[in-house]
Design a protein around this ligand. Structure first.
Ligand code: MN
Ligand code: MN
Length: 275
C-alpha cells in the first residue's frame, strides 16, 4: 500500500479526511499544506506501516480516505461537519488531518452527534479557550470555548498546556475544563476516561526541539516519546481524532511531518484496539 484506498470502502474501520484550511490562524499561515505532507510522511519509504504495538496499518480494509477538502472560511464549518458525519453514519471512526485548530469545532460537532457522552483529550501548548480572539470567535485560539458553550462534550481534559492567560484560566473554570499544565507534566501518565473519547492533537504540544514545524513555538513541551506514551496508555474507545497545526513552511528538514505521521500511526493503532 502506498496510498489509502478511497471512501467508501467495505469493512473499513477508520475514515480519513484532510482539511486543507488555515484561514483562522492568528499568526502564521501554512498549515493548509499539512494534510498532504502527513500522508506522504505516512507512506515514506524510510519507515514501514507497523505500529509499536505490532499492528500492521498496511493491512487491507482498515482505512477509507475521503481525500482533502479545501473550503473557504465561510464554508469550512459545514463542509467539515458533513464530511466527518458521512464517516460516522457509515459506522467508521474518523481521523482528520488539519489544518489549523479551528477545524476541531465542527469535527467534534460531528463526533458528538453520533457519540453522546463524549470526552475530549486535547494535546496543546495552548488552551484555545479565548472567548473571542482578535475579533474572530472562530479563531484557532477559540475552538474549545465554542465546543464547551455548545455543551458538546461531558469532559475536556487538556495536556501540554504552558501558555494559559488570566482570561483563559477564567474560561477553564467557567466550563469545568481539566487543565493539566506542563508545570505538573507527570500527571499526564494517569488519565482515565469512562466514555467514548475524541483525541485532538495540536503539534505544538510537543517541545519545538522535537517538532519545530509549527506556527507557535513554545518551549518546555512534551517530548515525542512522552506524547506517544500518553496515547499508548489510554484504555478507552477513541471514536474520532485530529492532528492539527503542522506548518510545513516551518519544517525544512521534514522532521515534524514524520512526527505527525508517527502520532497518526499510534492513534490509529489505539483506535483499532477498541470497538
Ligand atoms: Mn491549538
Ligand atoms: Mn497550540
Amino acid at each position: 500500500m502506498n496510498s489509502f484506498p478511497p471512501f467508501p470502502q467495505e469493512n473499513a474501520r477508520i475514515g480519513l479526511l484532510g482539511v486543507a484550511f488555515d484561514e483562522n490562524s492568528s499568526y502564521k499561515r501554512g498549515s493548509v499544506l499539512a494534510p498532504q505532507r502527513i500522508r506522504e510522511a505516512f507512506f515514506c519509504d524510510s519507515a514501514n506501516l507497523w505500529t509499536e504495538d505490532e499492528t500492521d496499518l498496511g493491512a487491507d480494509g482498515l482505512f477509507a480516505d475521503a481525500g482533502d477538502i479545501a473550503p473557504s472560511a465561510g464554508e469550512m464549518p459545514v463542509a467539515v461537519e458533513q464530511a466527518a458525519g458521512r464517516f460516522y453514519e457509515a459506522g467508521l471512526k474518523v481521523i482528520a488531518l488539519g489544518g489549523d485548530h479551528s477545524v476541531t469545532y465542527p469535527l467534534v460537532f460531528a463526533a458528538a452527534t453520533h457519540h453522546p457522552e463524549l470526552s475530549i483529550l486535547h494535546f496543546d501548548a495552548h488552551p484555545d479557550l479565548y472567548d473571542n480572539f482578535e475579533d474572530n470567535p472562530y479563531s484557532h485560539a477559540s475552538p474549545f470555548a465554542r465546543i464547551m458553550e455548545a455543551g458538546l462534550v461531558k469532559r475536556l481534559v487538556q495536556v501540554g498546556i504552558r501558555t494559559i492567560t488570566g482570561h483563559q484560566r477564567q474560561q477553564a473554570k467557567r466550563f469545568g475544563v481539566e487543565v493539566l499544565t506542563m508545570r505538573n507534566w507527570r500527571d499526564v501518565f494517569d488519565l482515565q476516561f469512562d466514555s467514548p473519547l475524541y483525541l485532538t492533537f495540536d503539534m505544538d504540544c510537543l517541545d519545538p526541539a522535537f517538532a519545530p514545524g509549527i506556527s507557535h513555538r513554545e518551549p518546555g513541551g512534551l517530548s515525542t516519546r512522552e506524547a506517544l506514551s500518553v496515547i499508548q496508555s489510554l484504555q478507552v474507545n477513541i471514536v474520532g481524532a485530529d492532528i492539527v497545526e503542522l506548518n510545513p513552511t516551518q519544517d525544512p528538514l521534514n522532521v515534524t511531518e514524520m512526527v505527525a505521521a508517527k502520532i497518526f500511526k499510534e492513534i490509529a493503532a489505539k483506535m483499532l484496539k477498541y470497538a
